[in-house]
Design a protein around this ligand. Sequence first.
Ligand code: AQP
Length: 333
Amino acid sequence: RPRVLSGIQPTAGSFHLGNYLGAVRQWVALQETHDAFYMVVDLHAITVQQDPAELRANTRLAAAQLLAAGLDPERCTLFVQSHVPEHAQLAWVMNCLTGYGEAQRMTQFKDKSAKQGADRTTVGLFTYPILQVADILLYQAHEVPVGEDQRQHIELTRDLAERFNGRFGETFTVPKAYILKETAKIFDLQDPAIKMSKSASTPKGLINLLDEPKATAKKVKSAVTDTDTVIRYDAEAKPGVSNLLTIYSTLTGEGILALEQRYEGKGYGALKTDLAEVMVDFVTPFRERTQAYLADPETLDKILAKGAEKARLVAAETLAQTYDRVGFLPGRR
Ligand code: AQP
């Protein structure tokens, strides 16, 4: 089976719809066909200031949401990044292989550091794409299911894998980004020119999966569309309506064309009312399942410990081989 790997940050509060449709939904599907490794990336979460108790709670919350979304620990390896020390260990090697200018070109860093301000931007935030490179290469992943915003980091991963292999001999699988065109970028409901994101979206433009279903329905109903009345997919001319059609189609499995036909001659109100219902039907059981996993932290921690054990078997082998290739002396056996 080909291998996939991906990760998600332990965000405060809840995953948003962009996280789910852009990434997690694909994770659930890929566990059926791939040897799948998925992690909660808590090492990445400390690149910006965090509260220890909140980070612990958010890490469990993220794991609970992943299980609620349909990850099955029998079908995939689900773990917490900091439980596998090899991530930080391989990251150092990758740091030493990355050009300073190369790291400076990462647009996510530019965006995030601009938001943080110069005094609060840490070296960790600067090098986090390189930690991500290590995350992926450790597992010899063939594919990395992510949203469009991560494409540049996957390119960096490919470059560094090839560079390492060229310099020290074939060691790493060169991975590909697995990005579904339809859901590569889910847009803010109030400003369809920007991606839905926890840091850039306004509360009304951001669908948090764990919000009250009623509040979610309200956000859908007040989504920005356009002054035209036709329900038609056209990402350029009608970004707001197109975003709603994408969300609708992905959550129900009904094709965009079929939706366009069904809503022919009907107004935006009808589309939004129906989509609000679709969304409520999706988030209601998701919230309940998440709560159920959170109510039993012991079981949750056991799942994560078992996942880390499985992940370490793969990670330790890759790290040992890498250290050997680099020229580090073998340690005590
Ligand atoms: N709007 C989106 N559309 C499609 N995919 C998206 N992803 C995020 N936003 C969208 C994908 O979700 C996965 C997990 O992302 P993350 O752990 O990087 O989450 P995040 O950075 O906390 O999400 P945000 O909202 O994007 O955060 P900020 O605002 O801090 O930048 C990834 O695969 C990502 O592509």
